[in-house]
Design a protein around this ligand. Structure first.
Ligand code: CP
Ligand code: NVA
Length: 315
């Protein structure tokens, strides 16, 4: 079944969004449908205070523009409240454990925690010990909210997801992992095109392959041909040191006009942002009409509002 023919039930059976591995196709369709109606309400200026009285705490151990602002504005638009907790300012940054942080924050009536950090295991530990919902706002391994906003953007563009080919070029990082999972679970064909040594984690790749059509290749032409969505991300993710050898290995995977020319005529360019023009993508591609980067960025707001409503709404 495609997302367009799915009949939403208005609920999902999850307390957390940690990595998408445990999310079914229906769970993802629920999120996309609710995001669509919340986007319509937002555009029409209609009130939609579905999380009145709820509080989301946001823990950041890495920088952010989109994630921070879209979660904070999302909570505000849903009638709730948000707390920004930089790990530099709370005791977590001085060595207090995730366990103790979870136990303490559980005592204050917090309904959800969005956390952006390094280790995926920290996000999972927070979920294990806290009483609140936990939403992964990016780890070294996954960025599920971004991937869901991206497939929502593809759905808006094409009216369906089934059978679309999404090709990701570059570092086999957190974005590659989450796109493999979100794409495979929604009937997309996901092709990850990365050089040897920088390919996605084999365990996550194998897991994603169980859900749908996922391939990993070093062949740019094979990846770009017939692609509906061409995606790339930075060579160096947050927390990674610049490495000239990695840059050299990734340069041939740059999304430029020649790569775009191999794809379908109506193919779009996507990037989670922030971007480095001249590295993973050329200026003429990212600033072209085929680029939907700001639509993706906007869709973070709508998709995350849907996620928060479905996870925190009835708590
Ligand atoms: N794409 C994304 O997560 O952006 P920020 O790092 O600005 O939150
Ligand atoms: N892969 C990038 C994504 C940023 C949104 C990083 O982790 O820095």
């Amino acid at each position: 079944m495609d997302v367009s023919s799915y009949k939403p039930k208005g609920k999902i059976d999850h307390k957390h969004l940690l990595n998408l591995l445990d999310y079914s196709q229906s769970d993802i369709y629920e999120i996309l449908h609710l995001a669509e109606s919340l986007k319509t309400a937002f555009r029409k200026g209609k009130k939609h205070e579905l999380l009145k009285g709820k509080t989301l705490a946001m823990i950041f151990s890495k920088s952010s523009t989109r994630t921070r602002v879209s979660f904070e504005m999302g909570m505000h638009q849903l009638g709730g409240h948000s707390l920004f907790l930089s790990s530099n300012d709370i005791q977590l940054g001085r060595g207090e454990t995730i366990h103790d942080t979870a136990m303490v924050l559980s005592r204050y009536g917090i309904d959800g925690i969005m956390i952006r950090t390094f280790k995926q295991s920290d996000v999972e530990e927070l979920a294990r010990y806290g009483t609140f919902s936990v939403i992964n706002g990016l780890t070294d391994d996954f960025h599920p909210c971004q991937a869901l906003a991206d497939i929502f953007t593809a759905y808006e563009r094409y009216g369906h997801l089934n059978g679309l080919k999404l090709s990701y070029f570059g570092d086999g990082n957190n974005m590659a992992h989450s796109l493999m999972l979100a794409g495979a679970k929604t009937g997309m064909e996901v092709c990850i095109c990365s050089p040897e040594g920088f390919q996605p984690n084999p365990e996550i790749t194998e897991a994603a392959k169980k859900f749908g059509k996922v391939t990993v290749t070093t062949d740019v032409k094979q990846a770009a041909e017939y692609a509906d969505v061409l995606y790339t991300d930075v060579f160096f993710s947050m927390g990674q040191a610049k490495d000239p050898a990695k840059e050299k290995a990734l340069m041939p995977y740059q999304v430029n006009a020649d790569v775009m020319a191999l794809a379908k005529k109506d193919a779009v360019f996507m990037h989670c942002l922030p971007a480095h023009r001249g590295e993973e993508v050329t200026e003429d591609v990212i600033d072209s009409e085929r680029s939907v980067i700001f639509q993706e960025a906007e869709n973070r707001l709508h998709v995350q509002k849907a996620i928060m409503c479905l996870l925190m709404g009835k708590r």
